[in-house]
Structure formats: structure tokens, C-alpha cells
Design a protein around this ligand. Sequence first.
Ligand code: FES
Length: 164
Amino acid sequence: MAIIGNPKYAARIERHLAKYETKRSAVMPLLYIAQEEYGWVNSEGIGEVAQLLNLDPTQVKSIAGFYTMYSEKPKGKYWLQVCTDLPCALQGADVFHAWLKDELGVAEGGTTDDGLFTVEHVMCLAACDKAPMLQCNFRYVEELDQNKMRQLLAKWRSEANGRG
Ligand code: FES
């Protein structure tokens, strides 16, 4: 497993490197590729991105650590990021977020024992009128309630077990 020399990513990496006048500007799309390959932004991925951009790995790590779309630890197959920012909280998102953690038996940022779900809260995702909402692996799921969420969890479990 690697992103450098991996035919799966070669064209994308070349495209990103060619797109920007300054090579280092490609750091964010390349971090996405590293996260896609490893499931999170680990030291191997950071090292490879640094190598591709002629940067120090600590510079790449500091960028990855700043943004919530990069995970600095292993996460579940379904990465559930619930917006609990004020406009959503006023529509019940914080209560929903607390319920979801209870439902899955995880603490903030935790992953279920089966490795399927990671739950964490994030700031505004610009869908404030659709609260409670979350993004699952960066895809928005909106206007949630407990029933809808239970159905989604069942569907994702089923998909993960090859029955979806
Ligand atoms: S406050 Fe939740 S999407 Fe904006």
C-alpha cells in the first residue's frame, strides 16, 4: 500500500501536481488521496505527500491536523460527522449527536467495536436549514431523526456485510 508508484493514483497525482503554479498548493488534494489509500492520514501518507511536494513531513502534518476532513486516527468504514454548530444545535442536533453516540455505544470520536462507525461532531457544514444533519464519508445526509438514522445504520451494516 502506497500512493507513490500506485497506478490507482498516478494520473490523479500528476493532475494535481500540474494544476498549481506552486507544487505545495497540491497538499490538500494529495492528503485526500493518502486518506483514501490508508483510511486515515497516517505517517506513511504524510511522508509520501511531503516527498511529492518537497516539504517537511511536519509541515504536511500540521495542515492535516488543522482540517476536520482529514482523520489523524483510524476510523470506521462509515465516518459520521454530525454538525452540532449553533444553528443546527438550536434544531436539536446536539441532542441527536448525543443520542447517536449512545445508540452506537461510542464516545466522541470513537469507533464501534465492529469497525463500522466512527462518530464525531463538526462545525457548520453549510446545510443549517436541514438539521439535524451529518456527512457520512463526505456525503450529506439531512433532516435526520432517530427513526431515519436507525434505518440508515441498518442499511450501512447490511451493505458492509455484503447484503446491501
Ligand atoms: S450549523 Fe449545522 S450545517 Fe450550519
